[in-house]
Design a protein around this ligand. Structure first.
Ligand SMILES: [Zn+2]
Length: 538
């Protein structure tokens, strides 16, 4: 960290700080002789010094004994100017004054530089990204055991930003303390759902470009339905990291990740390195399998590995983000991370592996009193359930051909403005091309033409029911803070203790290819971001 002024740190602040210390030392050496001079009337010196320190004092100080002097003038005694001696004074008043002026100047300089140092330190701690500027010590650390760089990408599904502070998470915090963290979390892509986000992390593309525009959707051309069990390559566009590695002749392993079972290009989901999704596999077994890769001969260790866990998303949906069950799930996931760290340490590779620990999205509480019903729009336009591709948290409507999309949007908004749609103020309906551009959610025929943005915590349903349940959901606008997740990166190519500003997960693809020093496919991330977060090589 550059805020520490080591002997080798050439930061101007440190040079000034060291200079001030030298000056103070020099002044103290200069004034040292008078301290040892024997003077028998300490009162004179004490009186003078007292008048300098408190100029408004005009009352003559009564002559006192040496003991009284020490009692009444503690400053003098602290400064060791009142050494007692029976001998006569040998210095003139002028000399004494000179010494005190010198001393006062030294104190003033020391205080001034103290303030300067504090101010600079404070400024450095509160500045924008990167909070720790690149300096001579910010280069990647050399590998001690591994022959080649390795990136281990871990997803904790639905780990909302802030969960790491719900309770003690010593293992996650060990990675934070010694690694690089998005200080206010990682921003998911819209819609903030599991499959679109995991595949954006893997490809660096927004959903409109990688094709997984929702967890479920229908291809308007073929009428084929995509589900989370669809492994046909036609759905999965772009080039995920495992394919990029295969293209470069590097090994990759995937212990679950949406899209990883799909055979694409040179990636054929190799046996033993590409696990087919099975949610019943214990988390410990997943960790241990990944650890076993590090026991392979060096040229067989995958350069890129994924590791996926369903928690705490699973609990978040059931009880919402603020339930004690979430705290328990967070503790359990911290222990899983601890198991991984321990296994890597036992193999002597913990400091060699670049671990990227993240989530796909956050979580927000929902309750059935926060509902919007499509049946409420009947006075303006009837929306049959066959038109609706998804209700919540992303309302997606594809009317049959022959209907005007614009007309549907206008009529729905008319209903919303009327005040006669229950909770209508929490829904906004758009033609997809009119959505805020920051959502990047229009440029694909798979995206239905009419999209409703729902306020966080609200749900859209077709018709009224008597259900009264509370739980949690995600999928809302990615601008909501509740949808943010974590980004924690630890390893030889990440700075220790660095905080960076929040960024979108489409940047991660380039971060991985930068670490592995391979040319990635074109994507929506930027090269400059990867350069700003990955430490340069030696
Ligand atoms: Zn998820």
């Amino acid at each position: 960290m550059d805020s520490i002024c080591t002997q080798t740190n050439l930061h101007p602040r440190c040079l000034l700080f060291r200079s001030s210390l030298l000056l103070l030392l020099y002044v103290l050496i200069i004034i040292q002789p008078p301290v040892t001079v024997k003077v028998d009337t300490p009162f004179e010196m004490g009186s003078d010094s007292f008048s300098i320190l408190t100029p408004k004092e005009t009352i003559p100080i009564p002559i006192s004994t040496e003991e009284e002097d020490e009692d009444h003038l503690p400053n003098s005694s602290l400064l060791s100017f009142t050494t007692h001696s029976p001998s006569k004074p040998v210095n003139s008043t002028v000399a004494i004054l000179a010494i005190f002026f010198t001393l006062s100047a030294a104190i003033a300089i020391a205080i001034a530089f103290g303030f300067f140092f504090f101010f600079c330190h404070y400024s450095a701690s509160s500045s924008a990204v990167p909070l720790n500027s690149t300096s001579s010590i910010d280069i990647s650390r050399s590998l001690s055991k591994l022959q080649n760089p390795v990136v281990l990408l871990i997803s904790l599904d639905g780990f909302r930003f802030g969960y790491q502070y719900k309770t003690n998470t010593p293992n996650i915090h060990r990675l934070i303390k010694n690694g690089t963290e998005a200080e206010l979390g990682l921003i998911p892509v819209f819609p903030t759902l599991t499959f679109p986000n995991h595949y954006s992390i893997a490809t660096g593309l927004y959903p409109a470009y990688h094709g997984i525009i929702n967890n479920y959707f229908t291809d308007p051309e073929t009428g084929d339905r995509f589900t989370m069990a669809s492994h046909e390559p036609k759905w999965w566009l772009g080039e995920p990291l495992w394919e990029t590695l295969a293209n470069h002749g590097l090994k990759a392993s995937t212990y679950f990740w949406p899209g990883s079972e799909v055979h694409k290009g040179s990636w054929d989901c190799p046996k033993g390195y590409c696990m087919f999704y099975n949610g019943s596999v214990p988390f410990e077994e997943r960790v241990d399998t990944v650890l076993n890769y590090f026991d392979l001969p060096s040229d067989e260790i995958p350069s890129f590995m994924t590791l996926y866990f369903e928690d705490p998303d699973h609990q978040g949906h059931q009880v919402g983000p603020d339930d004690p069950q979430i705290t328990e799930a967070v503790v359990a996931m911290d222990k899983i991370i601890g198991r991984l760290i321990k296994g890597l340490e036992e193999r002597g590779v913990f400091e060699d592996v670049n671990i990227i620990l993240l989530g796909d999205h956050g979580m927000v509480g929902t309750c059935d009193k926060k509902l919007i019903f499509l049946d409420d729009f009947a006075k303006w336009i009837v929306i049959p359930k066959e038109w609706v591709q998804s209700y919540s948290p992303l309302l997606a409507i594809r009317p049959p051909s022959g209907y005007s999309n614009k007309d549907i949007v206008d009529k729905m908004n008319e209903g919303l403005k009327s005040g006669n749609v229950n909770n209508g103020e929490y829904l906004r309906v758009f033609l997809k091309e009119d959505l805020p551009k920051r959502l990047h959610y229009w440029d694909n025929d798979r995206i239905p033409p009419v999209i409703g943005l729902i306020e966080e915590g609200y749900k859209v349903e077709q018709k009224r029911s008597k259900r009264q349940e509370c739980g949690g959901a995600h999928g809302y606008d990615n601008a909501f803070f509740s949808m943010r997740t974590i980004f924690i990166a630890h390893g030889p190519q990440f700075a220790r203790g660095r905080k960076v500003e929040s960024f979108e997960n489409v940047q991660i693809y380039n971060v991985v290819t930068k670490i592995l020093n391979i040319q990635g496919a074109e994507n929506n991330g930027t090269v400059s971001f990867a350069e700003s977060i990955v430490l340069p090589s030696h």
